[in-house]
Design a protein around this ligand. Structure first.
Ligand SMILES: NC(=O)c1ccc[n+]([C@@H]2O[C@H](COP(=O)([O-])OP(=O)(O)OC[C@H]3O[C@@H](n4cnc5c(N)ncnc54)[C@H](O)[C@@H]3O)[C@@H](O)[C@H]2O)c1
Length: 335
């Protein structure tokens, strides 16, 4: 049976990729997007679908076929409740994203990621939603010996990690206390086509390289991350929203491959050369507060319980991402 999906943050990188998938595979009966347009915009949504726009108060007639955009904020509980009404699956992507933003403004990070997630869980519970998928990250684990897995005690080092950990805690509690089938996904560093607004490392390197600038590495480049291609991540989200028997679970969604930031810079440079573009210079800058030294995941639990495995290898994924950015005329400035 096709389901009604609410995607918070549906105008962003992951949200638009999910909408593209839901429409191309005809998985959803309807898609509703709740986004305050602080990052993703109507143009981003327009790149992947046709949509109608509704005020939160005009949604009471139930789900509309196709895609409906509601411009609103997850910090407003009434908006969250109106948007959840009639929805079967809630995919909660909207957030204050990333470590640096949380260091700059930890209160905003807390209000969006803790209160906003709480509002969405309450709204999903009130609406009787069948499944709630929460976008977490590697950040709750913090400074621990990798590979990160679901049973490691978390030690977040940034407000972002703390706020995502709080979201995971509420997801677990809403499953145990109220039976809302929550699934928390701890994403690695996501990259790929569509990451036009992102300041994360792969997108930043490519945008800088295309703008003729050097690639700046914070720290000495030996810090490691686990880079996951957007299509693999979307596979995991769709499975998490639909697979039975996984309520209350948390999964590491990454590749189990540890890659240094210097290796990424070199891969981006190599992919630029392959496209007959110049090889950018790589420079080191000071380390950033809140960044952990090593981070990669053990994805065994997701493989066993979700039946999911990443398919795209890093070199291929970087090459596809470079091609995407080359095709995006006039989009080479870091946004
Ligand atoms: N991209 C990654 O590498 C990555 C890694 C780990 C976790 N995540 C998590 O995945 C989720 C999606 O990430 P993304 O890369 O698509 O981010 P994004 O910034 O591209 O998209 C987030 C969307 O949420 C919207 N939004 C932000 N605050 C809002 C609010 N208060 N109310 C309503 N809408 C709001 C923005 O306008 C934007 O369209 C986030 O929760 C993020 O923390 C992303």
């Amino acid at each position: 049976m096709a389901l009604n999906w609410l995607i918070t943050g549906g105008g962003g990188f992951l949200g638009t990729a999910l909408i593209r998938r839901l429409l191309s595979e005809e998985i959803a009966a309807s898609v509703r997007v709740l986004d305050n347009l602080s990052v993703g915009g109507r143009d981003d949504l327009g790149e992947v679908c046709r949509f109608v726009e509704k005020e939160p108060g005009d949604l009471s007639a139930g789900s509309l076929p196709g895609v409906t955009l509601v411009v609103g904020d997850i910090r407003d509980p009434d908006v969250c409740a109106l948007c959840c009404s009639g929805m079967d699956v809630v995919v909660h992507f909207a957030a204050n994203t990333g470590v640096p933003a949380s260091i700059d403004n930890p209160r905003l990070d807390m209000e969006c990621n803790v209160v906003g997630t709480f509002n969405m869980l309450e709204a999903a519970r009130g609406a009787g939603a069948a499944r709630f998928v929460f976008a977490s990250s590697g950040a709750p684990a913090g400074e621990v010996e990798p590979p990160i897995h679901e049973e490691l005690p978390p030690h977040p080092v940034s407000p972002y990690g703390a706020s995502k950990l709080a979201g995971e805690g509420y997801c677990s509690a809403y499953y145990k206390s109220f039976g809302l089938e929550t699934v928390a996904l701890r994403f690695g560093n996501v990259y790929g086509p569509g990451s036009i607004h992102k300041g994360s490392v792969v997108a930043r390197f490519i945008k800088n390289a295309l703008a003729g600038k050097h690639l700046e590495i914070y720290g000495d480049g030996t810090q490691t991350r686990d880079f996951i291609y957007i299509d693999d991540l979307i596979d995991a989200v769709v499975l998490s929203a639909t697979r039975p028997g996984i309520g209350g679970e948390t999964f590491q969604i990454a590749t189990s491959r540890e890659t240094t930031v210097l290796e990424i810079a070199e891969m981006v440079s190599g992919a630029m050369e392959d496209q007959a573009l110049g090889r950018p210079e790589i420079r080191m800058a000071g380390p950033r507060p809140g960044d952990v030294k090593r981070n990669f995941s053990d994805t065994g639990k997701a493989e066993a319980m979700l039946g999911w495995k990443c398919r795209v290898n890093l070199e291929e994924g970087i090459a596809e991402t470079v091609k995407f950015f080359i095709n995006m005329k006039g989009s080479t400035e870091i946004s």
